[in-house]
Design a binder for this molecule. Structure first.
Ligand code: ACO
Length: 333
């Protein structure tokens, strides 16, 4: 597939950041009516990372990752000309955390905004950032995906709290003279009719009638696990098959399938149904849980660290999340 544009885009400075504190299934057994066996079997999760809410914030974790991205790309904060911070767990909606991050790292006065697309956020952010660089309007865009989901789950709700952890991932998208480098194809979608499968209410009046009798804490994530599960299994297959069809690529042409880590059973189902090679689908949910907008960046950074992302490789990135939303991004690195 060839691209007829004036600019190519390089994904550089792949990085991630996770908190030091580990919360194991055994720790959860002590506070919830659950078991290590149930959590492993139903989700594949063994442990997750949790911020210290007194010391760390979405902005601080996101910033840690972005600083590493800049170092790895050999850039200064002032080289950035846009910052996109993908998250559903910013401390405030105004100002955006992106503005505070830009100020803190010394990148002002760059444009900066938060992007809300739940677990699909980072892939939405990469797609938006890539398009802006490819169009020629921007040269160097920092994209961060970071969520502190442990700050918004109710640790009395065993069906939701066991799933989540905190993490950040980031990349620097840069103009490149090779026009064949960058995103070969991207798709983003949303179906708001399914919003009540997964939502974070701020007021009682936002709770839909079907949840009126369920115990739910305001400010905590409410999830209908089976609905989300069904949505994700079907969408997973759809977006990967769409990406392959639209690009004319075959599974064997793709060196890595980088997938949002929501539940190992959802990823396993996709591997089986689409016939993906297991050794090219990185799974790390066992160590981090579902980290929402953070997960794709953490996977990318692990692959980078292992030397599994080489120049010229084709990589397909996919994610699904609240909204309901989904996104894919096919790259030639
Ligand atoms: N420990 C022990 N038992 C539990 C727990 C727990 N932590 N949680 C629920 N159960 C019980 C339930 O009470 C229920 O008991 P019952 O049969 O006596 O009523 C039983 O286990 C089965 O409950 P289900 O909710 O039907 O379990 P299911 O097999 O669907 O697994 C899960 C639940 C893991 C949440 C699954 O539905 C899932 O993974 N869904 C997708 C969730 C997800 O990935 N969300 C994405 C989050 S955000 C994003 O990335 C988009």
């Amino acid at each position: 597939m060839s691209l007829s544009t004036a600019f190519g885009v390089r994904m550089s400075g792949i990085a991630s950041a996770v908190p030091d504190r580990v919360l194991t299934n055994a720790d959860l057994e002590r506070i919830l009516d659950t078991s290590d066996e149930w959590i492993r079997q139903r989700t594949g999760i063994v442990e997750r990372r949790v911020v210290d809410g007194e010391r760390e914030s979405q902005a601080s974790l996101a910033m840690r990752s972005l600083r590493t991205s800049l170092d790895r790309a050999g850039l200064k904060p002032s080289d950035l000309d846009l910052i996109i911070n993908c998250t559903v767990t910013a401390e405030m909606t105004c100002p955006s955390n992106a503005c505070r991050i830009a100020a803190e790292i010394g990148a002002t006065p760059v444009p900066a905004f938060d992007l809300v697309a739940a677990c699909s956020g980072f892939v939405y952010g990469i797609n938006v950032g890539e398009s802006l660089v490819r169009s020629g309007r921007f040269r160097t865009v920092g994209v961060i995906g970071c969520d502190l989901m442990t700050q918004v789950v109710d640790y009395e709700d065993r069906s939701v709290s066991i799933l989540f952890g905190d993490a950040a991932g980031s990349v620097i998208l840069r103009r490149d003279p090779d026009t064949q480098r960058g995103c070969l194809y991207q798709a983003m979608g949303a179906d708001g009719r399914g919003w009540h499968s997964l939502y974070l209410p701020r007021r009682a009046r936002e709770i839909p009638p079907e949840d009126a009798d369920n115990p739910i804490r305001i400010g905590c994530l409410r999830m209908h696990g089976r609905e989300v599960y069904k949505f994700a299994v079907n969408k997973f297959r759809e977006v990967i098959e769409d990406a392959l069809e639209k690009t004319g690529l075959k599974v064997d042409d793709v060196s890595q399938f980088v997938c949002h880590q929501m539940n190992v059973r959802i990823i396993d189902a996709a591997i089986e149904r689409i016939g993906l090679p297991r050794d090219r689908v990185r799974i790390n949910i066992d160590r981090y849980g579902n980290t929402s907008a953070g997960s794709v960046g953490v996977v990318l950074d692990e692959l980078r660290g292992d030397g599994a992302l080489r120049e010229g490789d084709i990589v397909i990135i996919v994610a699904f999340g609240g909204g309901l939303t989904w996104a894919s991004s096919v790259w030639r690195l």
